[in-house]
Design a protein around this ligand. Structure first.
Ligand SMILES: *Cc1c(COP(=O)(O)O)cnc(C)c1O
Length: 362
C-alpha cells in the first residue's frame, strides 16, 4: 500500500537532542546541560506571566506590537524591522524556509550550532561545514565553500558550543566578500554576556546592508527558555517575508508579557551578567588547577576537554557526573567527542561539579 512520503532530506535528519534533564538515583539534580539561566527568570517576568494568566482565553496580539516597541526602545532599533518568534529557533527555521530550497546549500561552521543544519535538511538543502581556526569561525574557510547554490551563511557569535567569538570587523569582511544575494544570519544568542570592545551583536550590520539578519533570544540571560521567545532584526524586505510565512499568532500571550517585563528588569539583567562572569572565572580557575584544558568562553557555559583515557574520557566523566546528579552535555554531534559542554550553574551546582572532578583529577 502506498504511504505518504516526506520531501527529500527529511528522513536524513537526526532529531535534535536537547540537554539531558534527569539523573536517576541522584539525591539532587544539577542541570548544567542546556545553558539555562543559573538565577532563574526575572521576578518581574514571573509576575507578568501570572498577570497574563487572567487573559488566557484571548488570542495574543499577533503583531507583537508592544514587545517589538520595547525591544526597539531597549536596543535602539526600528520596531518595524523586528520579527518575534517562538524562540529564535523559529526565526532561524522561517529564514531557511523562505530562502533555501531543494538542491541549495547553507554554510555554517564546523562546530557551529546544529539547528542551522537541521533547518537546511528539512528544506531539502545541503548543510556545509566550514573548518574553524582554534575552534573559532574562520571567514576564509566559509568563503571557500560558497558556490552558486549557496543561499544562507549562519554564524553564531559567540558560538555555542565552543564559546568563542569573532570581532565585528571579521563579520564585516565576510559580508563584503559574500555575494549580495546570499543572506548572512548572525545568531547573537549570547550577546548580552559580551562586553569586548571589538564585538558587536550584528544590529549595526543589519542597518548597513540589505542582506544581513541578526537573531536574539530570551532563553539565555533573561531566563525564559520555557516561554519560547526570540526575535530577528531584519532589513524591511526580509521582515516582510517572515511576516508572510509565520503563524499569525506565533508568540503566545504569556511570552509576550514575560519578555517585555524581562527587558524592563535591568537589575536582574546586570545581576545575571555579573554572576555569570564571576562564576565562569571561578570555574576556569578551578579547571586550570585540575590540569583540565578548556576553551575560554564568552557565553554562560564552558567547553572542557577530557583526556583520552578509560575512566577519565568525556563519555566516562559524563556518566560519572550524571550518576552523582550533575548533568552536562555530550559533544559527539558537534564533532567534539573529547569535550563536554558545561553550563554555568548556580553556586551550589558549580561547587558540586568541581568537587566531583577533584575526585578524578587531583
Ligand atoms: C540557545 C541558543 C539559541 C536560542 O534558541 P531559542 O530557540 O531562542 O531558545 C539560539 N542560538 C544559539 C547559538 C543558542 O545557543
Amino acid at each position: 500500500m502506498a504511504a505518504p512520503t516526506p520531501r527529500p532530506g527529511i528522513l536524513d535528519i537526526k532529531p535534535y537532542v536537547a540537554g539531558g534533564s534527569s539523573a536517576p538515583g541522584a539525591a539532587k539534580v544539577y542541570k548544567l546541560s542546556s545553558n539555562e539561566s543559573a538565577l532563574g527568570a526575572s521576578p518581574k517576568a514571573i509576575e507578568a506571566y501570572k498577570v497574563a494568566s487572567e487573559t488566557l482565553h484571548l488570542y495574543p496580539d499577533g503583531s507583537a506590537h508592544a514587545l517589538r516597541e520595547k525591544i526597539a526602545e531597549t536596543f535602539r532599533l526600528d520596531a518595524n524591522n523586528i520579527v518575534c518568534g517562538s524562540g529564535s529557533d523559529e526565526i532561524l527555521q522561517l529564514l531557511t524556509k523562505a530562502y533555501v530550497g531543494e538542491g541549495d546549500n547553507i554554510i555554517q561552521t564546523e562546530h557551529g550550532f546544529l539547528v542551522y543544519a537541521l533547518a537546511a535538511k528539512s528544506c531539502g538543502a545541503e548543510p556545509r561545514f566550514a573548518k574553524e581556526k582554534h575552534l573559532a569561525t574562520d571567514v576564509d574557510a566559509i568563503l571557500e565553500l560558497v558556490d552558486d547554490r549557496t543561499r544562507i551563511v549562519f554564524v553564531a557569535n559567540p558560538n555555542n558550543p565552543t564559546g568563542t567569538y569573532v570581532p565585528d570587523s571579521a563579520l564585516r569582511r565576510l559580508r563584503e566578500e559574500l555575494r549580495d544575494d546570499i543572506l548572512l544570519v548572525i545568531d547573537a544568542a549570547y550577546a548580552e554576556y559580551m562586553d569586548e570592545p571589538d564585538y558587536d551583536s550584528g544590529a549595526a550590520m543589519v542597518e548597513d546592508f540589505n542582506n544581513v539578519v541578526m537573531t536574539r533570544t530570551f532563553s539565555k540571560i533573561y531566563g525564559l527558555g520555557g516561554m519560547r521567545l526570540g526575535w530577528g532584526y531584519c532589513p524591511a524586505t526580509i521582515a516582510d517575508v517572515l511576516n508572510r510565512i509565520r503563524g499569525p499568532f506565533n508568540v503566545n500571550t504569556a511570552a509576550l508579557a514575560a519578555g517585555a517585563a524581562a527587558l524592563d528588569d535591568k537589575e536582574f539583567l546586570s545581576k545575571n551578567r555579573n554572576f555569570n562572569r564571576e562564576e565562569r572565572d571561578w570555574l576556569a580557575q578551578q579547571l586550570d588547577g585540575l590540569g583540565l584544558d578548556f576553551v575560554p568562553s564568552f557565553g554562560n557555559f564552558i567547553l572542557v576537554k577530557f583526556p583520552d583515557a578509560p575512566g577519565l574520557n568525556a563519555d566516562d566523566i559524563q556518566a560519572y557526573l550524571k550518576s552523582e546528579g550533575v548533568i552536562v552535555r555530550e559533544m559527539g554531534p558537534y564533532k567534539l567527542g573529547e569535550y563536554l559542554r558545561i553550563s554555568i550553574g548556580d553556586k551550589e551546582g558549580n561547587r558540586k561539579l568541581i568537587e566531583l572532578l577533584e575526585k578524578k583529577f587531583r
